[in-house]
Structures are given as C-alpha cells and as structure tokens.
Design a protein around this ligand. Structure first.
Ligand code: 2RA
Length: 338
C-alpha cells in the first residue's frame, strides 16, 4: 500500500492514462495528489468519483509523499526528482533524463523486476519504442540469448504528446480541404507522409530516439554485447507504435519454438495467422496493455535469425501502464515491510 501517491504531469497525454490505470488496476494507495507546473496548477481533474485540484509543483509539495509517478519532459524531471527524493519519496519517472544513470534502475516489470531493489530513490521507465521491443524479445533472450537486433519502427504521433495527436488530425483535414497548416510538432507535414527522424541527431547519423533503443535495451537485459541497429520513423497513426524486428540469437530457434515462447510470455499476445489475415495492427492495440506479436518467420538470410512484427499502445505499455506496474511492485514491497 502506498500511503500518499503523487502524480506529476496528470493533465498530459500519458498522465491522463496513468490516472486511468491507477483506477483500473486498483493500485493500492491512500491519498492521491496531483502536481504540475504553474501552467496546469489549479485545474480540476476527475479521478473516479473525486474532483482533485492540481497543486503547484514546488519542493515542499513533496513533503509526506511516498511514491511519485511522473510523466514530464526531461528538463522538468531533472529539476523536480531530486526535490522529491530529498523528502523521502520514490520517483517512478517516465522521462528520458534518468534512464541511463547507473544509480537508476530501468525497469520493465515482466523483464527485470528484480533490478528495482537497487534503486536509490529514482526508478526509470524506458522509452516506448524500447519497451515493446524488449517485452517481445525477453522470452527469446532467455531461451537463446540475443546477439543482434535490426529494428525499424513505425511510431504513432501521440508519442509526441497531445500536440502530436492534434497535429495529425489538423494535417489530415487540411490536406483534404487544401488548408494544410504548417508543421509545428513534426519536422514536415505528417498527413499522408512518413518522417524518418524522431528526436535530434545523436550518434554517427542515428537519432536520439534510435540511440535510446540501443542503450536502454542493453541496460534492461544487463548485456552490453547486444548489437541493435534501429531506424525510427514517424507515421500518420494516432496511437500504437509498430516495429519490424529481425533478431539473431546465439542458439538457433525454430519458428515454432519462437511462437511458443511468444505465446507463453508475460505481457505478450501472439496473433499470427497470415493465411487467415490475422496479425497485430495499431487500430487493434490502442487502449490495450499487452505487446502484440505476429508475422513470426525464419530469417531467409541468416541461420539464427527470426523476423517478427510487434505492435503496442505507446501511451499504455509504452508509458503509463509500465509506470503503474512499477508502482505496483513498490506497493507490494511496502506492504511486505509494513
Ligand atoms: C515518441 N518515443 O514516440 C517518443 C515518445 N517517448 O516520440
């Protein structure tokens, strides 16, 4: 049981789903407080049958808070997380700011829950594109050890927040009636287009989003020898990131073994019947918590390669659900020492 739970960023695209998930999953908690910057403080948010006023996030706002779930930009997290930790709270952070800090565990509960024991006040939740890939890869890694991953992503506009979702709608309507507004959130108009850049240039021609997939995958699996070659692409889909993945393992896996591993994995739903036209698609994954895997097949170009397709709601398992699952682990630990 978490006596006092605070949600930071509750009015954003992910924060709203965090509240929804706290209710739906019945995260055991006492008082719930909502904290935000001056722009959102004072707003009233409905949570079940309660109306909660968003309070201004300042250092003293964290007095008496036990656990914080935060969905904020990196720079906000960099500032507030130390305030919360100094006051004894544990922060579950969805921003990118703390993820690669060696003192901060980077957790996907289905994959590396035990690493939570090493936290020193901050626990990070991975980036959405990494989370769904690693949930899908984990059963293959445990059975056959992953050596190399080649991944292309097809990322929904909601990955860029409420503004990204809105821009898809405006850009699409505008393209159809000839009044297309200039692109703002994205580099180019997103309607009827694909944009092969998410984030800024980071390393040898790879973007920040792509390098997150490299570094975070290695950290979560605790294996720096895993090679990851990512290409991240923004697509005109509102919710649900898709990924085309080719994985090479140390031990060979047959397609049947890979399917069985996916089918039995925690957090994975296998939908794989090409003849029956059954495979995961973003429209079906939106609003669901699992990672959906399909199109499982042998790589025709390498002996130990398996190719597959995976889709997940980027706002749920890619963000809010994973953070609330981490808070569930904390609630269990708190209950066991109480
Ligand atoms: C995106 N991965 O889709 C980012 C959000 N964290 O833009």
């Amino acid at each position: 049981m978490i006596d006092t739970l605070a949600v930071v960023g509750a009015t954003g695209a992910v924060g709203r789903i965090v509240l929804d998930q706290i209710l739906q999953r019945k995260l055991p908690h006492g008082r719930l407080r909502l904290l935000a910057s001056a722009r959102s403080a004072g707003q009233v948010v409905t949570f079940g049958d309660q109306q909660i006023t968003v309070e201004l996030m300042e250092p003293s706002a964290f007095d008496g808070v036990d656990v914080v779930i935060a969905s904020t930009p990196d720079e906000v997290s960099a500032e507030f997380a130390p305030w919360a930790v100094e006051r004894g709270a544990i922060v579950v952070d969805e921003s990118g700011y703390w993820r690669m800090d060696p003192k901060v565990p980077l957790i996907i509960p289905e994959v590396n829950a035990a690493a939570i024991d090493n936290h020193q006040g901050i626990i990070a939740s991975p980036n959405c594109s990494t989370t769904q890939m690693v949930v899908a890869l984990a059963p293959l890694h445990n059975a056959a050890r992953i050596k190399r991953v080649i991944v292309s992503t097809y990322q929904a506009t909601s990955g860029a927040g409420l503004a990204g979702e809105a821009e898809l709608m405006h850009s699409t309507r505008g393209s159809l009636d000839g009044s297309a507004p200039a692109a703002k959130t994205f580099q180019y108009p997103i309607a009827f287009n694909l944009i092969p850049q998410i984030g800024s240039e980071k390393h040898e021609g790879y973007t920040s989003e792509e390098m997150k997939m490299v570094y975070e995958t290695r950290k979560i699996f605790g294996d720096d020898s895993i090679d990851v070659c990512p290409t991240c692409v923004r697509v005109p889909v509102a919710i649900g990131h898709s990924e085309s993945i080719l994985v090479e393992t140390e031990k060979p896996l047959t397609v049947e073994q890979a399917r069985e591993l996916f089918a039995n994995a925690d957090g994975v739903t296998l939908i794989d019947d090409l003849a029956g036209r059954q495979y995961p698609m973003p429209v079906d994954s939106a609003g669901k918590d699992d990672v959906f895997v399909g199109r499982v097949r042998k790589d025709l170009s390498s002996p130990n390669g398996i190719a597959f397709w995976c889709v997940s709601d980027n706002l749920r398992k890619g963000a809010a659900t994973n953070a609330v699952q981490i808070a569930e682990l904390l609630a269990k630990k708190m209950a066991s020492v109480a």
